[in-house]
Every structure is written in C-alpha cells, then in structure tokens.
Design a protein around this ligand. Structure first.
Ligand code: GAL
Length: 369
C-alpha cells in the first residue's frame, strides 16, 4: 500500500514538474506574424535611430511602427490598433512606465507576446521579455567621467538633472550616477548647487526608490529640451557668482537634453568652463563633442536592441524559448531580459568609435582630423 502511495505521489510530482516545463515553453508565432512596434516620440533623436535600425533589420519581417507623441492615451490607442490588426507580438517602448501596464494586460488577453523595449513597463505580470541597455551603467559612466575630471579639486560646482519621472530608466540612470558621485559630494569634492534634496541625502549612498524620486522630482528634465533650458536658466538665476565659474553638469542621460543644458549654461557670462555629460550618441551631439560644448556621451548602439528583438521574434517563429541574459523586476514579476552594453565617447575616441566604427560619416564634421 505504501509503495502504491509513493508511486502515486511520484507520478503527481513528475506531472507537476512537466506542467511547469510546458508552461515555460515559448508561444509559437506564425511565419508572417505582424510585429507591432510602438515607440515614444519622434521629437527625441534617440528614437529615430531605433526606427532606422528597425527598418534595416526587420526588412524580411511583417512589422509596422507607430509613435505615441509622449502621450499616454495615444500610446494606449497604438497598442489597441495593433491588437485589432491581429499583431502576434507587440514591442512597446513606453512613454508612461506605469500607465502602459493596462495596454500590456489588454494585449496579453488576446494571447499577444509583449516585449518591453528599452524602458521597463512597471507593475504588470503580463510581460514576456525586456530588451534594454544597462541603464545603471549609463549613469555610472557619466558620474565616473565627472569624478575623473574633478580629480585633485574640491568645492567643484555641480548641477544635476534627471530624466523624466514617467520613465523607469530615469531612476536607473540616477541610481548609477548617485552611487558613484555621492562619496565625492560627501567629501566636498563637489558642491551641489541646484538641488537641496540631493544635499539633504549627501551622506547616504544607498537610497530607496522613493528617496531617489524625491530628489529627481526637483530636477526633472521631462526628457524635454525646452524644460532643460528653463530649468538651467532658473537655477543659474537663483545662485551667486561663487556657484558659477567652472561648472560641472550631470546631464539627464540624453544628448538632446545635454545640448539644451549646454547652450543655457554657456549663455551665462559668468560660466567660464563647462564639463557636461550626455548619453545616447546621437548625430546632433557629434559636433558638440568635437567642439567641447558637450564633454562626453554614453553611446548606445541601438542596433543591439533591434537585433535582440529580432532574435526573440525569430525564436518564437520556430517555437523556441528565446535566450536571455538576465531578469529585471518590475514590481510584479522578473522579466527575462536581453541586456546590451554601452561605451563612453569623448573627443579623444570619437573618431575611432563613430567614424572608423562606421556609425557616422566623419566627413560631415570639422575639427577632429
Ligand atoms: C530613455 C532612453 C534614453 C533617452 C531618453 C529620452 O528612456 O533610454 O536613451 O533617449 O529616454 O528619450
């Protein structure tokens, strides 16, 4: 009797193991599956790079791209459009990290595979995959550059800016930057001039998400060039000349924002030297870097994300589980993630990375030869 019971138990256990294995199996999509790609906006240069590479690498794929104009309602409509067009996969780069969860859930109800692209969609357990850069390392690379430039100095004026609070990446960028910068704020190498909240936390290296958000709220660029300009102007108007002279700026991990901040800071006659960080490696910043108006960028080769997305699509067409590097937690689940690396670019290696690397045509720029 005992033996029989053991046998039954074994069978039940084996069956349940088998069930888990089966549940984890990838959904098969059809060879001509429609892949609906939703990108946040055409107004930020970064996404035009992604669009360009989707057009290049997805030539043999049945795909379409819709832009959401940085608007939660448009984003939702775009996802609904792809649902009604019978998309089998939706690749969503969310404008609104939390707001997009409802659209993901709606897509999932129709059995659609949902890939969170570049930015993590928060608070839904219905995501299938995430494809991204290592955003913490972007913030860290920016901070490391500032620290290197400040070597041997003390009391360096520092202005900090964050990405849009609607975007989970902004928190990761800030986290990476803060962890590296904080010891140098605490020891007086840097003096933060535009953010009392950051000064309040200057002795704390490991901030909670809420603490980070409380700092970021006061320096939120909204990923918008006009916002950057007005923030910088207001910050400069609020300080005396001791907070100008040589100025270091932690840009909000976006080259467009970096150029807008650079213009505003360089417009102030009392700012005599500017060290300012960007990120993305967009074309419009190349001449700025050569000319020293932007000190560096953290280059994100968006081909890596597009290729990662294609890898997932191709695996699903074969009914195979796509390979991934790591997982990211979005407050509801651990999302299987393909993660790409980034490269720091300054005037010193811009020719090597961008021109010799075939990213941009060096003959379009002057002063680097
Ligand atoms: C972020 C993205 C950056 C930058 C920014 C503004 O989410 O990771 O590369 O482009 O948005 O669009």
């Amino acid at each position: 009797m005992k033996k029989l019971l053991a046998l039954v138990l074994m069978t039940v256990m084996l069956l349940s193991v088998f069930a888990v294995g089966a549940a984890a199996e990838a959904k098969q999509i059809s060879e001509n599956a429609l892949i609906g790609i939703v990108l946040p906006t055409k107004e930020e240069s970064r996404w035009l790079n992604d669009q360009k590479y989707f057009e290049e690498y997805f030539k043999d794929v049945n795909y379409d791209i819709l832009f959401s104009q940085n608007n939660t309602a448009t984003e939702k409509t775009n996802v609904e459009t792809f649902i009604s067009r019978g998309a089998e996969v939706i690749v969503l780069c969310a404008y609104d990290a939390a707001g997009a969860a409802a659209a993901v859930n709606a897509a999932k109800e129709e059995g659609i595979v949902v890939i969170s692209y570049d930015r993590l969609i928060m608070g839904t357990d219905k995501l299938d995959y995430y494809v991204t850069f290592d955003s913490c390392s972007v913030g860290k690379a920016q901070a490391d550059y500032l620290i290197e430039q400040a070597e041997g100095k003390s009391g360096v004026n520092l202005y900090m800016y964050s990405g849009a609070l609607t975007d989970n990446n902004s928190v990761l960028f800030f986290e990476g930057a803060w962890k590296a910068l904080q010891p140098y704020i605490a020891d007086g190498t840097f003096v933060v001039r535009n953010c009392d909240k950051a000064v309040e936390f200057k002795d704390k290296n490991e901030l909670t998400r809420d603490e980070m958000v409380s700092i970021m709220q006061t320096i939120d660029s909204e990923w918008n060039m006009a916002t950057c300009k007005s923030l910088a102007e207001a910050h400069l108007a609020a300080v005396g000349s001791e907070a100008k002279g040589e100025v270091f700026v932690l840009g909000p991990a976006d080259d467009d924002c970096c150029r807008a901040l650079s213009d505003a800071f360089r417009d102030d006659a009392e700012v005599t030297r500017l060290v300012i960080t960007g990120a993305d490696g967009v074309e419009a910043s190349v001449q700025y870097i050569i000319d020293g108006k932007q000190s560096m960028t953290v280059y994100k080769d968006t081909q890596a994300l597009v290729k990662g997305t294609l890898q997932i699509v191709e695996a699903l067409k074969k009914g195979e589980e796509p390979a991934y590097d790591t997982t990211y937690n979005n407050d509801a689940m651990d999302v299987p993630t393909i993660q790409a690396d980034v490269v720091t670019v300054t005037a010193d290696n811009i020719a090597e990375v961008f021109f010799e690397g075939g990213v941009y045509d060096g003959s379009n720029y002057t002063g680097w030869q």
